[in-house]
Write a protein that binds this ligand. Structure first.
Ligand code: DGT
Ligand code: CA
Ligand code: CA
Ligand code: ZN
Length: 580
């Protein structure tokens, strides 16, 4: 353990004691020791056995000397561990937010049981900080901004944000005469719901290894660059103003396929693929698939050639996670994955009746323009008071309006009447059965009390499924990517019961949700639970975001027949849970 780490552990312990309302003398002695350890030029690990040497350091007394010895011997501090067990490691993350000290963390913990950045974001979102001492609107806004900045720099970016950045950088790159083609690789090409950094591959006559200098110069002048991380002949890395890292690689056309394969990954897929290549006497690199013995190139220009030379079918990037796709491609048994064009209806959208921005008609027209045959209008129910959710009376009126509009659409797009119905904290539902009985599409969703225990939440959701009018479980984990963790839930139990009852689970395609995730979608299929996809659009311009969801379905190996809304309107309705 180096001095820096020891100093950090001591400082964190001081903060934790302060959060815990501990003795100020103790807090000060930890802080002084942290400073002393930080400042000293002595490498403490080399002298830690000699107490007298430790005591020579200004700021270290007998008690602290013993603590340094404990840290050196065990790599940790019992006082710190104890407090972390009480509050969770998330409080240390909270302390990294701008303007956040132990006193504020203590206040947030006492008043709102907030103990992590995600919980703070959720508490702000839910308005739970309003009215707390020292938490005026200005202060809350500052916290919100701080969280945004923190999360931006702490790491990953949503797929829609990354895709927009890829689009902008690509458009710029393609204006350079020597660049003819730009392809996103990495996690974005594999359709992951978040990306760590953006990998862009560019090729064309100006990208050859020995004459890419001008192209690299051009890349480095891309508008919107915050700082250049690295600049070589064939690779330029930079941050955008939002903090997203972009790696641009310039490649000759003859090895483009090998590079695309390599930089698409995933790493686990590549490792497995390389082993397969070695077994048949080939070596696979970012430049080519070549023979081991004489280095002769076997394939390099396209991915298809490379996979074919390895005895495999080409496979969609969404499958490349080393989850059996290599074996399936070698057996020529890859599934025909679902595509956006297979989706015939969008089953989750809001209108001005609750928190949407468009009318029923506008949503229907937008759906027609997308080529859909049917939609369901699913506004919120009354428990969502802040968005003016529908009570029984308004829900009945909305059903009327939907039926009328459905007639007026004359079959161009069928418009189903539905609701996104709150599952109340005790598992009861938010509208009377008599009203639900008149709807085609009842999506039941959890929108409150995300903090319930796994048992409570599981009982709550299972109870909701038992209502015979519930046909779909909406966004089943409630996650908001990079903002709110999925709530605790026994997913296996819920999906099994849904399968028995014929309740479908939703994949919510809104890019901030993408819920269920790919792994749980695979589980749903395994358990025989019907699956639907909906865009959860709150704006007629958002229907196209369905694409992000389709990519998650593909990552879950789903074929068109695995998803109910690839069927005709009639077949779709027939496949839903039967009403009593
Ligand atoms: P990310 O950026 O964290 O969302 O995930 P990726 O998959 O985009 O990872 P990244 O950007 O580090 O690398 C892009 C691809 O390059 C990765 O999917 C596979 C390939 N790659 C990177 N490093 C290695 C490596 O050490 N070994 C192998 N086999 N492939 C690698
Ligand atoms: Ca990446
Ligand atoms: Ca990268
Ligand atoms: Zn919802």
């Amino acid at each position: 353990m180096d001095n820096r780490t020891m100093s950090r552990l001591l400082a964190e312990t001081a903060d934790l004691i302060e959060i815990d309302g501990g003795d100020s003398f103790r807090i000060r002695s930890y802080r002084r020791a942290a400073e002393a350890v930080e400042q000293t030029t002595v490498d403490l690990m080399t002298v830690v056995g000699d107490t007298s040497r430790l005591l020579e350091i200004d700021g270290i007394g007998k008690g602290m000397a013993a603590k340094l010895q404990t840290m050196a011997a065990t790599g940790t501090l019992p006082q710190r561990d104890e407090l972390l067990a009480r509050y969770g490691a998330g409080v240390l993350e909270l302390l990294k937010l701008p303007g956040m000290g132990p006193k504020t963390v203590a206040l947030l913990w006492d008043a709102a049981r907030v103990a992590s950045v995600d919980q703070l974001a959720a508490a702000i979102e839910a308005g739970r900080l309003t009215g707390l001492p020292r938490m005026g609107a200005k202060q809350i806004e500052k916290l919100r901004k701080g969280i945004e900045d923190y999360q931006r720099s702490a790491g990953r970016f949503r797929i829609d944000v990354a895709e927009e950045a890829a689009r902008q950088v690509s458009a710029y790159l393609l204006k350079f005469p020597g660049i003819q083609k730009v392809t996103p690789a990495g996690s974005l090409r594999r359709g992951r719901e978040t990306v760590g950094d953006l990998d862009l591959l560019a090729t064309g006559p100006g990208c050859a290894p020995d004459r890419a200098a001008a192209a690299a110069e051009y890349v480095a002048s891309c508008p919107g660059i915050h700082d250049i991380i690295a600049k070589g002949e064939n690779k330029v890395s930079f941050h955008t103003a939002d903090g997203l890292q972009v790696d641009v690689r310039l490649l000759p056309a003859e090895s483009y396929g090998a590079a695309l394969q390599y930089f698409t990954g995933s790493k686990a897929h590549n490792v497995s693929l390389r082993q397969r290549a070695l077994k048949i006497g080939y070596t696979l690199s970012e430049w080519a698939l070549a023979r081991l013995d004489d280095g002769a190139i076997v394939a390099a220009a396209t991915e298809e050639e490379i996979y074919a030379a390895l005895g495999m079918d080409w496979m969609p990037p969404e499958l490349r996670e080393n989850l059996g796709e290599i074996e399936a491609a070698a057996r020529h048994e890859l599934p025909r994955l679902i595509e956006r064009g297979d989706i015939r209806g969008d089953l989750h959208m809001h209108t001005t009746a609750s928190d949407g921005r468009n009318s029923i008609r506008e949503m229907a027209e937008a759906a027609a323009a997308c080529g859909y045959k049917y939609i369901a209008i699913t506004d919120h129910s009354k428990n969502m008071a802040m968005v003016h959710g529908l009570d029984e009376k308004r829900a009945l009126e909305e059903i009327q309006r939907i039926r009328e509009l459905d007639k007026q659409m004359e079959g161009r797009v069928r418009v189903f009447a539905g609701v996104e119905l709150d599952i109340l904290p005790d598992g009861r539902l938010d509208l009377d059965d008599e009203v639900l009985a008149q709807m085609d599409m009842v999506i039941a969703s959890v929108h409150s009390r995300f903090d319930q225990s796994r048992e409570e939440m599981t009982v709550r959701v299972l109870k909701a499924l038992e209502n015979p009018y519930v046909r779909v479980l909406g966004h089943p984990t409630g996650r908001l990517l990079l903002r709110r963790e999925p709530f605790a839930l026994d997913m296996g139990a819920v999906l099994r019961r849904a399968a028995e009852l014929g309740v479908a689970v939703e994949h919510n395609a809104a890019p901030e949700r993408l819920d269920l995730c790919d792994r749980d979608l695979r589980l749903a299929k395994e358990l025989g639970c019907p699956i639907i996809i909906g865009s959860d659009s709150h704006d007629s311009g958002n229907l196209g975001k369905m694409d992000y969801g389709v990519r998650q379905l593909r990552r879950a190996w789903l074929a068109p027949e695995d998803v109910l809304n690839t069927r005709s309107a009639k077949a779709f309705l027939a496949a839903l849970r039967k009403r009593p």
